[in-house]
Design a protein around this ligand. Sequence first.
Ligand code: ATP
Ligand code: MG
Length: 151
Amino acid sequence: ETFQLRPLMDSLIRQFTLKANKEVRFHLDMQPEEIAIYADKLHFTNMISNLLDNAIKYSGTSVDIDIRARESEEWLQLSVTDNGIGIPQAQQSRVFERFYRVSKGNIHDVKGFGLGLSYVKDIVERHGGSITLQSKERQGSTFTLLIPIRK
Ligand code: ATP
Ligand code: MG
């Protein structure tokens, strides 16, 4: 089905701001301003929700989340950047595995099953796309989805 990205993102941002138990500042940068998505809306929404959930969970008492969307003729690129705890280089390639969680000897005792990212990877790959990660420990992470556009 076809839907607009902006209202979906606005509603997710509103939801996550309300339910977060910490201070969350969102910044949404879309180019062009209007982007139409041709995909399964529920799966697409769940994908973004997983990334936003992680960005909020794996950060300190406040977090800045930058969402950046770029559309070309053939691709939609959507990235979620946080300034949270980051992921050590050695573990970055494993976070997309089912049940994998980064072991943390720090204050952030965060609950989870280790399934969110494996779900996101599965969905994006079934849409013919990919997910990549850039992260630096104690500085933050960027997860980028690259999704082919079907018109
Ligand atoms: P679930 O999503 O199933 O509730 P989870 O959040 O532990 O549990 P994933 O979303 O698959 O599972 O993430 C896997 C692991 O990757 C996390 O346990 C965490 O260690 C690390 N991780 C994921 N996103 C981030 C992030 N934005 N910043 C830091 N670490 C992250
Ligand atoms: Mg998760």
